[in-house]
Ligand binder design. Structure first.
Ligand code: AMP
Ligand code: MG
Length: 325
């Protein structure tokens, strides 16, 4: 009797002191691989948390995807030009965050750029007539948000929302939140370049995160950060681009020219929330180093590292926000 009860008491204590066992699982969502690493007391606890977190990501994909014709966002594009349409909280949250960043960046960030982005996805430089035809279907000011009724009205016909620069960060936040509801706080959610990070692994000050950029030599990182309770996103043209006429056009498009960026830049943003880190990294890529630094230094919840052919620049809060000691 004595032995059993003391063991029963001791074991959870030991597990708690150790902070649990490490588990990792990956699933494809939103056109990329979502990888979750977490510490849990048991395999069943980990499995339950993984399933719930991935289910939440799938749910958000069904709302926000621009690849799925039947996503809520794509249905909205087909119907919201006639009359305002009531939308889910999630869709409204993302549209409102995007709108705010569009205003802060003078339109450098714009989720209504879908018609132009579709042209660039054909892996060639679009003809100027094609861009001219797509352009009137874009513009963040053509999205009318009514927070009181949670409705959206699209002023122009045939608009196309593209959440490629914000959805993954938001989904990473949400996955982390769901893990927490399941009692898991020591976790990292990675959706390729977009990471949401919870408490540190047991006995460590944070999660080691390698920052990649076009300047880093093969299999080497520009920086290795140790992070906890923060989000980090990196945007750049290391993988996705169109090459033509000696130019290299990034998959990130400048809404003022409708052209893919041609000057090479990598931007990593740390922010309290993944939705902000993701969208800011893309927005700052469009703005470039000088304008980007001015914008990020006005925000208390985020910091950035810029990598260009000239070298690296950090915003004034970057060091402090990436310090775990
Ligand atoms: P990211 O990889 O987070 O930088 O996001 C890039 C994706 O966001 C692109 O593949 C497009 O789908 C979309 N995108 C491109 N340019 C912009 C922009 N200026 N504003 C908002 N989204 C954009
Ligand atoms: Mg982004």
């Amino acid at each position: 009797m004595w032995k059993r009860s003391s063991l029963g008491l001791l074991l959870p204590l030991l597990l708690n002191a150790a902070g649990g066992e490490r588990f990792e699982r990956a699933q494809p969502h939103m056109g990329t691989l979502f990888r979750i690493t977490l510490y849990a007391d048991s395999e069943p606890a980990a499995t339950q948390a993984f399933e719930a977190a991935f289910a939440r990501v799938a749910e958000l994909d069904a709302i926000l995807s621009d690849y799925k014709d039947d996503s809520e966002a794509m249905r909205l594009c087909r119907t919201a030009n006639t009359a305002p349409v009531r939308v889910s909280e999630e869709l409204f949250t993302v549209l409102a965050a995007a709108r705010q960043l569009s205003e802060q960046t003078g339109g450098a960030f714009d989720v209504t750029l879908g018609p132009v982005i579709r042209l660039w996805r054909k892996h060639r430089v679009p003809a100027s007539e094609e861009l001219a035809a797509a352009s009137p279907r874009c513009g963040y000011r053509n999205v009318v948000l009514d927070p009181a009724n949670r409705t959206v009205y699209l002023r122009r016909p045939d608009m196309l929302l593209d959440f490629g620069a914000i959805a993954k960060g938001y989904a990473a936040d949400e996955a982390l939140r769901i893990l927490r509801i399941h009692g898991i706080t020591r976790a990292l959610v990675a959706a390729s370049g977009d990471l949401a990070i919870g408490d540190a692994p047991p006995g460590q000050s944070g999660w080691r995160v390698g920052i990649d950029s076009f300047r880093s030599p093969a299999r080497q990182y520009t920086r290795i950060l140790t992070l906890r309770n923060i989000a980090v996103s990196t945007s750049g043209d290391t993988e996705q681009f169109v090459e033509s006429g000696g130019n290299r056009y990034s998959h990130i498009v400048d809404p003022h020219t409708n052209l893919g960026l041609t000057r090479r830049i990598g931007v990593s943003v740390v922010a309290r929330r993944g939705i902000d880190a993701d969208s800011l990294a893309t927005a700052l890529s469009v703005l470039g180093v000088e304008r980007g630094l001015r914008l990020i230094d006005r925000r208390s919840d985020a910091a950035a590292l810029f990598v260009t052919a000239d070298g690296e620049r950090e915003s004034s809060q970057f060091r402090e926000m990436t310090q775990t000691h």
